[in-house]
Design a protein around this ligand. Structure first.
Ligand code: GLP
Length: 237
């Protein structure tokens, strides 16, 4: 793994956006895997700014998001589709038809099979952006007895529900299920960019970089990938 220590959230976001921009400039029809959560917000703001300055062109880029809550419509302000539209897609020249996120309202199993097939039909993921859950989840791959190979429905853990419910008015409104790319789907990406911010992620980062590789801490599997870049704030180490 290539590890880049930075001094601030802004620097992390700047470096992550630079790396993504370089990949798009190298391959204009990049298949870009995207993540949600607080961590990538600054990266998306930087990408919007780079687009406005003419430094990056999204017209041919295809995107696939990691995950979506089950039961939320794309219009729900809590859905990941809504997050991506408002944080990034609405502000750049990407073709909306080229932006893909699992549909939280469809039959779960059918939608997961469709989504996995879609990623295959795009030729796989060139660059996957990841955040890190406190419990080591990537996408919504929660700690488990085994790694999930493909996109699949999941029951969210209590730890994730508590962590993410801050974005809902009431913890009861938060979905208990989600659809997520599998660890296998993520590991097949050509290149992975993991961004980590906040002292609360210190133990999770340590386990990711040097803990035992085990499915009950899903991000540890990244140690086996041949091309991972980690950009993290110095105080998370
Ligand atoms: C969610 C997402 C993950 C994300 C994680 C961390 O659960 N499904 O993809 O990495 O939260 O979020 P944050 O960046 O807000 O800590």
């Amino acid at each position: 793994m290539k590890i880049i220590r930075v001094n601030s959230y802004e620097e992390m976001s700047r470096k992550a956006a630079d790396l993504i921009g370089e990949e798009i400039n190298r391959k204009p029809d990049l298949v870009l895997g995207l993540a949600t959560g607080s961590t990538p917000k600054g990266t998306y703001a930087q990408l919007v700014s780079d687009y406005e300055k003419g430094k990056v062109d999204f017209s041919l880029v295809r995107t696939v998001n990691l995950d979506e809550y089950a039961g939320l419509s794309p219009e729900s302000p809590h859905s990941y589709r809504y997050f991506m539209n408002t944080q990034l897609f609405d502000h750049i020249n990407i073709d909306p038809a080229n932006t893909h996120i699992p549909d939280g309202l469809s039959d779960e199993e059918e939608e997961c099979a469709r989504y996995e097939q879609l990623i295959t039909s795009l030729g796989g993921i060139d660059l996957q952006l990841l955040g890190l859950g406190h419990n080591g989840h990537i996408g919504f791959n929660e700690p488990a007895d085994e790694y999930a190979r493909y996109t699949h429905p999941v029951e969210l853990t209590e730890s994730t529900i508590q962590a993410n419910s801050r974005l809902f008015e009431n913890v009861r409104d938060m979905p208990r299920r989600a659809l997520t790319m599998g660890v296998g789907t993520i590991m097949q990406a050509e290149r992975i960019l993991l961004i980590v911010s906040g002292e609360g992620k210190r133990e999770a980062l340590k386990q990711t970089l040097s803990g035992p590789i085990r499915p009950d801490f899903p991000a540890s599997v990244l140690q086996l990938h041949r091309d991972v870049t980690v950009i993290a704030e110095a105080d998370v180490f």
